[in-house]
Design a protein around this ligand. Structure first.
Ligand code: AP5
Length: 216
């Protein structure tokens, strides 16, 4: 299955991706996670990307397109992909059309997660993440068993540098300006499923499963 999961910051793309992976055997490719890994390892890409990410701005298209194309050539992508956070601009979407033609893996399903502003603020400010195993928590909605410690690997949890209301505003502006047109681009191809992601993770996932049932 070749799936894109899209939605604004805090909509639950990472949370839904974890649930999708438990049911479908495809790799989860998050451009945000890949970039954060590059920042942590202080690679050339990480050094270039860091300033954009900290400000809530999008990283330049050419850096992202090259990173995704390389990742999709890895053997695990033979089964398909679950792309989280890409493409985010029309330039990326057009480049991705060429990549999917080359590798023979056209997009089959786009999950568009829809959530209002107040819920996003609550999710972003309450999110805690494990820097090691990438598990996602929320101080109210999904607290870890021991406060501040990852249930899965025992590492101390962190708050992401871009998880502030100020940065969320910038990320939302970027989303409205650059990413909504990408959803329309796929809507014209008839592959978009709109998901009400303002409800519980369980109810959101029920809608996701229904949408994926159409292409499974
Ligand atoms: P990225 O890491 O992709 O961040 P994002 O799109 O802003 O999305 P988030 O990871 O913040 O949110 P999410 O939707 O995954 O929500 P989550 O599941 O964690 O990108 C970061 C940066 O990298 C960008 O700003 C940009 O600079 C750069 N970048 C990445 N891709 C790029 C690209 N293609 N081009 C250019 N630049 C790029 O959930 C949030 C919280 O809510 C959690 O605490 C969770 O527990 C809780 N929650 C989730 N769902 C529910 C629910 N249904 N009910 C209750 N709580 C819930």
């Amino acid at each position: 299955m070749n799936i894109l999961i899209m939605g604004p910051a805090g909509a639950g793309k990472g949370t839904m991706s974890d649930l999708i992976l438990k049911e479908y055997d495809i790799p989860h490719i998050s451009t945000g996670d890949m970039l954060r890994e590059n920042v942590r390892n202080e690679t050339e890409l990480g050094k270039e990307a860091k300033g954009y990410m900290d400000a809530g701005k999008l990283v330049p298209d050419d850096l992202i397109n090259a990173m995704v194309e390389k990742r999709l050539q890895e053997p695990d992508c033979k089964k398909g992909y679950l792309l989280d956070g890409f493409p985010r601009t029309l330039v990326q979407a057009e480049a991705f059309e060429k990549i999917t033609e080359r590798i023979g893996k056209p997009v089959e399903s786009v999950l568009a997660l829809n959530v209002g502003w107040d819920v996003l603020v609550d999710r972003i400010t309450g999110r805690r993440v494990c820097p090691k195993c990438k598990a996602i928590y929320h101080i109210k909605n999904k607290p870890s068993r021991v406060e501040g410690i990852c249930d899965v690997c025992g590492s101390p949890l962190q708050q992401r540098r871009d998880d502030t209301v100020e940065q969320l505003k910038v990320r939302m502006d970027e989303y409205d300006k650059s990413t909504k047109p990408v959803i329309d681009f796929y809507r014209e191809k008839g592959v978009v499923s709109d998901i009400d992601a303002s409800v519980s993770a369980e109810n959101t996932f029920a809608q996701v499963k229904k949408a994926l049932g159409k292409v499974a």
